[in-house]
Design a protein around this ligand. Sequence first.
Ligand code: DON
Length: 304
Amino acid sequence: MIAYQNIIDKIAIDSKNTLNKGVVASYIPELATINLNKFGIHILDAKNNNYSSGDALEGFSIQSISKVLTLALSFGIIGDDLWKRVDVEPSGDPFNHLSLLELENGIPRNPFINAGAIVIADILASHLKNPKEDFLNFIRELTNDPSIRYNEKVALSEKRTGFKNYAAANLLKSYGNLHNDVEIVLDFYFHQCAIEMNCKQLVNAFYIFMNHGTCQRGKNYLNVNQVKRINALMLTCGFYDEAGEFAFEVGLPGKSGVGGGIVALLPNTYCVATWSPGLNKKGNSKLGMAALEELTTRTGHSIF
Ligand code: DON
């Protein structure tokens, strides 16, 4: 039996005491106001035990973490046709880079860079009756928590400053890889990123990825091979041009967001979420990465 609680309590104390916490994302003005001193960590194991430390129950903007959930929903709807419109290779570039998109004729490298996630948002805009409502309901169902909401201020803040995402969507449109209007797709995309969740809600949502596609209440959403593919993408592309570093340091599939959250999981064993709003130069949570390195090193539990 691993002493998860002792380990995460120590990690939370160390993180609160660390002086260099990174820098909060300021390119989305609404995120620049977040308190840099927040730190939360939550673990849910395969036997449904919960371990929590620090600010694990305080909500934050999940940002790019939402890309795993939109991928899961769209993969469940259209299956392998999805890979005709988005590739599965790491880009080695920052999350918002556009040069490869033009070189590769409008097929984004993977579903986690912004251009790839915008294609996924387009697929959902085509297949869901009320995309924003239906996606939120999907997350509420996965977490069994109807309190989860969009933060409209964050969505609007990003819409006003999301010039690169407009550029990506227009480029995709020019290559025929965006079927709906740019405005409609980006409105959905900015909202999915502006969902607010806490660490505990995130591990509840990501439980399906450690449990072969079946949620805590026993409902199945994805088959084992679909989960294999999503976890492989998290491992190889979940941290953009820092995916190698995250695999090297932490050794788990995971996904970050510029709100400072990270979710990672060890199939059949546990799912963990961290929140520390300060980011490193690659846009990933500085102390979140350090915390997860400490966790997998102290427990000896990674996929390797
Ligand atoms: O589109 C954007 O730039 C943001 N809404 C999400 C970027 C993000 O979270 C990158 N992850 N670390």
